[in-house]
Design a protein around this ligand. Sequence first.
Ligand SMILES: Cc1ncc(COP(=O)(O)O)c(C=O)c1O
Length: 495
Amino acid sequence: MFTAHSTDISPLVLNPDTFREELVRAAHWAADYLQALPSSPVTTPMPDEHRRALSTPALSDDGKPASTFLDFVSSEIAPYSGGNGHPAFFAWITTPPAPTGIIAHLLGATLNASCGYGENALVELERGAVRALAELAGLPAGTGGVLTSGGSMANLLCLAAARTWFLRGRGAVDGEAYDEAHARLVCYQSAETHMSVSKSARTIGMPSSRVRAVPTTSDQRMDVVALRAAVDADVAAGLLPFCVVSSLGTTSTGAVDPIAEITAVCREFGMWHHGDGAYGGLGAAHPALAPHYEGVGQLDSLTIDPHKTLNTPIACGAALVTKPARLQEAFTVEASYLEGNDDWPWLSDYTVELTRPGDRALAVHAVLHHLGRQGVTALIDGYLRHTEHLRRLVDEEPELELAAAGPWSITCLRYRPAGYDGDLDDLTARIAAEVQRRGAAFLATVRVHGELALRVSICGHRTTKADVETLVAEILDVGRGYVSRISARRRVSLR
Ligand SMILES: Cc1ncc(COP(=O)(O)O)c(C=O)c1O
């Protein structure tokens, strides 16, 4: 018999005073950490030996006092946690955590309710959070769905729902009829679509040969003429077009596909229209973006990532479906040990997960109810204002050029000094790496029309005008330094 902790008290139990003290210490630490972040480097490179130590820990026999955990996080984890809480973090679309969301996660873990089965207040809160997101996005009343771990999972759920809906409509629910129809399914995305859509298609059993990458027009939006031509060709070849995924805010440049025109093609050919709005799904909530969202209410489904635009802590996405029964048709599997209520179906019937966290619902609720409708608009407005400032600085600086700029808050640019005849992709990659290394600001790169560009995503509530100016100063300083070193080397070699 195991004896090390042989008392009636579980080894997991903490003395109530210790628990309270550690919670208070953690709360103070969280507030201090976030307050101090702006004056720290955005990222700190992680030494290889530290990487190895973290990934191959030696578990002690006796365990450690709970009080050592916070010290461990503070010294071993926080310095290498990626930098996205920092106001000068401009890479990918990874944002700082909303303070109300942080509190929600603590409370959510405390309640520890599952939003998958059983009935509890968090399940209803999740339904409410989904409705609030749908309303902000401009989807019709009656839209439902679930919160997810992020955009990838939401895209997967919506594609699975689209596939089930389409096959059921043809009477191909199982057996040979299903196999025969499934083998002819085709879906469409644009060449700019996020890779999670291809991954979702692969996960629901679509070979890449039947996932079409429709070309884009010069503004990186799906070319609807090319879409129609591709669908026509597939129908003529005896294939079954079942779904188009449009992008509402592309990851590379922030472009928004022409929603209404794509819906028209979908309706003509009996296809499902899914919008990947992981980044830009809430565009209808801002007056400057809303014109790009005409027809959004006609989508069959929409992905939104509250952990992007709303800055809820990672990980929180949402799969919104205008006819939520279509998610149920895709995911309900009966089991005698899980008897739900027909009037209030369990949320596990709408997704692949059974046990599901409640902290997502709490965080979306906390952030949305803290912001209110006007606050959501003001939050997006902040991203757009800083983006405008950035683009103005690029415009005014002759050594910088704008490579792409969608309606959303992503800007792609290059450092291209007059007369520079070196490899521009190489220069761009070096600038990005060096800016990242120096730690005053952090950005990423992306290919635009085949050429590498610096990619600046502004989607954090902590970013200020000064952070944008720091980034531009860093790009110029690093770029100028590199080009002058190259020129000096050339002069030496010519002597
Ligand atoms: C347009 C788009 N779709 C989907 C995703 C995937 O979302 P997640 O990382 O939350 O899974 C992203 C991530 O950046 C995205 O930008």
